[in-house]
Design a protein around this ligand. Structure first.
Ligand SMILES: C[S@@+](CC[C@H](N)C(=O)[O-])C[C@H]1O[C@@H](n2cnc3c(N)ncnc32)[C@H](O)[C@@H]1O
Length: 392
């Protein structure tokens, strides 16, 4: 965790800022210097007014990495752990098992330092617990797909954000997974806070150790722990996998600053050919995750053979190139085989998947406090929407 993250974090129940207790800090000499942006009023690392801080100090700040620690809300003294460099600001139903079962080493070492661990006591749906498990596995297994992701990322955010629109922006990503979108956004010049509910954050965190402008937090879209300070809040490929998209949008609406946009990429109502995939999901989402991984490799190989190779051949022929553009899944022809594998795994593993019509998503956004909606159909891929909205 970089100290600068404290400038954005708040306790989600009360909106209070946090004090940070550092148990373990590391200096990362290989971390590139940051642009040297100052924190809004206080430097949390040097414990001084930001005005008095030399910008050379701010440039070096990301080299100071808090590995283990505790966040304590300023008034109510509610505590959340920072485990392996990641603040874990989760509802108690998820936080307790996470610390007891997954990060028990942290409990053994620092458990005695806590008086009031967590305080978010809303109910966590069973489907959400399964989602945490499925995506936690997915994004700690498929971690070799960062290099080509910029192109995919731009296909999720155009026409509202093109490459030049990322430079200098402060972005919040809801559902950052392994950090692929966040890494791409940072490489296009943004500073990014990526949050995710699952252990996918562990993979995103590895990336954050190389990028001075990338921060990672484990939290739930129902209660995002941030001040509304971001130039854009975005979420790509996430809303359709949340048991209540309405509760998620209500949570997200609290961290979208007035006049600043929310950008979403979500599934649309899928074409007829997609139906067998949806039917097979009743079976695949119950499969052991390692077995589903093998199934995904086989399906990717079959789609390569029967769809993508014919697509490439037809594209090359002047007579058939129009027909080629009707082949399902053709977008994967642009990317390495491993993207096709993760694509199959992703669509088959998710415990919850909604397919939104344009009317559905418009109604949902209006109901959850958004206005000035712009809804754009994403090109050259299965039906999906890119959405731009501001808060009422
Ligand atoms: C299909 S993945 C997309 C990941 C990433 N946006 C990408 O495009 O590579 C969906 C992600 O949403 C996360 N997620 C699901 N429900 C969430 C919630 N309630 N709050 C935050 N993240 C959530 C999952 O853990 C998963 O990493």
């Amino acid at each position: 965790m970089k100290y600068r993250l404290l400038d954005f974090l708040v306790e989600p129940n009360t909106g209070e800022g946090f004090d940070l207790h550092v148990f373990e800090e590391k200096i990362i000499d290989s971390m590139p210097l940051s642009e040297g942006k100052k924190c809004s009023s206080h430097c949390f690392r040097l414990n001084k007014d930001s005005d008095g801080i030399d910008s050379a100090e701010c440039q070096k700040c990301p080299r100071h990495e808090v590995i283990q620690g505790k966040l304590v809300s300023k008034v109510s003294r509610i505590e959340y752990p920072v485990i392996n460099g990641i603040p874990r600001i989760l509802p108690s139903d998820l936080l307790q098992p996470l610390v007891q079962n997954v990060h028990n080493d942290y409990v053994r070492r620092f458990g005695k330092q806590f008086a009031k661990l967590g305080h978010l006591n809303y109910e966590v749906e069973n489907e959400k617990k399964k989602t945490v498990e499925a995506f936690g596995y997915q994004w700690r297994t498929f971690v070799d797909n960062y290099d080509y992701f910029k192109d995919i990322m731009l296909s999720f955010t155009r026409p509202f954000m093109d490459e030049a629109d990322y430079a200098g922006k402060l972005l919040l990503e809801v559902g950052c997974g392994s950090g692929r979108p966040g890494v791409a956004s940072c490489k296009m010049g943004a500073e990014v806070v990526g949050m995710d509910i699952s252990e996918a954050v562990e993979s995103a965190y590895t990336q954050s150790l190389k990028l001075p402008g990338f921060h990672v937090v484990q939290a739930d879209a129902y209660a995002p722990p941030f001040r509304p300070v971001f130039d854009v809040v975005y979420s790509v490929g996430v809303l359709q996998h949340i048991p209540s998209p309405e509760k998620a949008l209500l949570g997200i609406s609290k961290v979208v600053a007035p006049t600043k946009p929310l950008l979403l990429w979500i599934y649309g109502k899928r074409e007829l050919w997609y139906q067998p995939i949806e039917w097979s999901r009743t079976l695949t989402r119950k499969m052991p995750l390692n077995a589903l991984r093998i199934v995904s490799i086989v399906l990717a190989a079959l789609s390569e053979l029967f769809l993508l190779i014919p697509y490439r051949l037809m594209k090359a022929s002047s007579l058939l190139s129009g027909v080629a553009e009707k082949i399902p899944g053709r977008i994967y022809a642009k990317y390495p085989f491993r993207e096709n594998v993760v694509g199959w795994f992703d669509r088959l593993v998710a415990p919850v998947t909604y397919y939104f019509s344009e009317a559905d998503i418009r109604a949902l956004l209006e109901k959850t406090g958004f206005k000035d909606l712009k809804v754009h159909a994403r090109k050259d891929a299965s039906a999906s929407w890119v959405i731009w909205a501001t808060r009422k």
